[in-house]
Design a protein around this ligand. Sequence first.
Ligand code: S3P
Length: 169
Amino acid sequence: MNPAPNLVLVGPMGAGKTSVGKRLAERLGLRFVDCDQRLEQLTGAAVPVIFDCEGEAGFRRRESALIAELMRERGLLVATGGGAVLAAENRALLSARGFVVHLATGVDQQLERLARDRQRPLLNAPDRRARLQALAAQRDPLYAEVADLVFASDGLAVAAAADRLATLL
Ligand code: S3P
């Protein structure tokens, strides 16, 4: 196992950060934290409600505060939200305190996995494909900046992805 205090998954919506992360944490004996789920527990509000009430900026402030708190711990497997890499302070903390895996996936796979999703405010767009492509253009360089390892989850079932990833760590 790598020597970083925590293992961190970054990557776009629909890459499998939550599902693969949960399984991987079990395999590796790490405590699993999903940032969005933790924010929902802390606020008592679903992510779309936080966006509605506080705007994306408010959500990002909460997300950054949570990341700062989590990166003070060790032994965690943290599944971040797709936009967690937007803030330079988050990227610095994730890099310093985590072995960062970029779970990469293509837009076709994202559209398929997120087809019935209504919980992601940034997907509320007339053209979801265009939205996902625009997000990728903005964020792919940021995922690359923090990643210690890139792992393509396309076409892999959750268990297969987690098992294969575990052999690389
Ligand atoms: C977001 C991704 C979501 C969630 C929020 C914003 C983003 O998390 O944090 O809806 O900016 O890409 P997932 O990547 O887990 O879907």
